[in-house]
Design a protein around this ligand. Structure first.
Ligand SMILES: C[S@@+](CC[C@H](N)C(=O)[O-])C[C@H]1O[C@@H](n2cnc3c(N)ncnc32)[C@H](O)[C@@H]1O
Length: 302
């Protein structure tokens, strides 16, 4: 099973395809990966021994090796433009165009795309409709679904759209069997250094603002844009660009790099040697591994 890993980030799709194909004894082979972010490239190289290529817009589709499946968690950048799209040519200037031109040239049997849930409602649904029309014009049957990491065993509320395409007829089904969420205690590290603790001022401020009861079980305190604090037995979505104290364990401390990776379903062997702020950005951008494993199973088990 040859695949390409576009906008690969730190390799969430790659971990997922390795996990999904292991039971069937099929060896997935990554024949091309790319990400423009040099920090993501370094982490990818550290874990998979391969340096991804850079800017996809500069790569000719003919130079990409043939593959069976294209995987891409593409950035939400094209939304502002995509709403008015009429067809393939019209997608020029968007990163979705780069996916479409590779599909047009290489015609892999399958693809899986991932994006934020907001894509569904963007521009009254016209953006998603335009994207699906382009993919159908390219010869694919297209299905999509919003999946929540909470339904796949992880204590993180993270909703993402997955768009799947296949060229040959398939009895495709989103056969969701919800996996009970791991407790936060399975994710949290027992001892963390002072570095992760918010200042006394911030902790006191959270306590003053928080109206609920203080639980003995671990909770993650989430501050929304209006400054309202809620505490849940799971994390709200990790976000690449969120403020530093947007999520605080028990209202006290930030998540460690390992905890954030666990919330995204990455195995503990995954290496993340970089600054804390870079780790937050890269992990917040990454895809949730068990959701991709599920989508791959729906697609390939047929
Ligand atoms: C939503 S993230 C995908 C993360 C990935 N799925 C993972 O598991 O880590 C989108 C990625 O697209 C990359 N990107 C943005 N513009 C790009 C471009 N022109 N060429 C290649 N990669 C690009 C960003 O650096 C970012 O890592």
């Amino acid at each position: 099973m040859r695949y390409i890993d576009l906008f690969c980030g730190i390799g969430g799709f790659r971990i997922a395809i390795n996990q999904a194909l292991r039971p069937g004894n099929i060896k997935p082979v990554c024949v091309f990966s790319c990400d423009i972010d040099s920090d993501a490239q370094n982490i990818y190289q550290m874990n998979f021994g391969e340096q991804p290529a850079g800017d996809i817009t500069q790569i000719k589709a003919e130079d990409i090796p043939n593959h069976d499946i294209l995987l891409a968690g593409f950035p939400c950048q094209p939304f502002s433009i995509c709403g008015q799209l009429k067809g393939f040519e019209d997608t020029r200037g968007t990163l979705f165009f780069d996916i479409a031109r590779i599909l047009a040239c290489k015609k892999p049997n399958y693809f899986i795309l991932e994006n934020v849930k907001q894509l569904v409602g963007h521009n009254q649904g016209k953006t998603l409709k335009a994207i699906i029309e382009v993919l159908e014009e390219l010869g694919y049957t297209v299905e999509y679904k919003v999946l929540n990491a909470l339904d796949f065993g992880l204590p993180q509320k993270r909703e993402r759209i997955f768009i799947v395409g296949y060229r040959q007829p398939l009895p495709f089904q989103w056969d969701i069997q919800k996996i009970p969420m791991k407790p936060l205690s399975d994710i949290l590290e027992p001892q963390v250094s002072d570095f992760y603790y918010a200042s006394e001022k911030i902790r006191n401020n959270r306590l003053v603002k928080y109206q609920g009861k203080i639980d003995t079980e671990p909770t993650i305190w989430h501050e929304n844009k209006a400054g309202h604090i809620s505490a849940y037995p799971y994390s709200c979505a990790l976000r690449a660009g969120a403020s530093y104290n947007y999520l605080l364990v028990n209202g006290q401390r930030r998540l460690t790099e390992r905890e954030m990776l666990r919330l995204q379903g990455f195995p503990d062997e995954f290496k993340m040697v970089t600054s804390y702020s870079t780790a937050r950005r890269l992990i917040g951008n990454s895809v949730t591994v068990p959701c991709v494993v599920f989508v791959l199973n729906c697609l390939l088990n047929q």
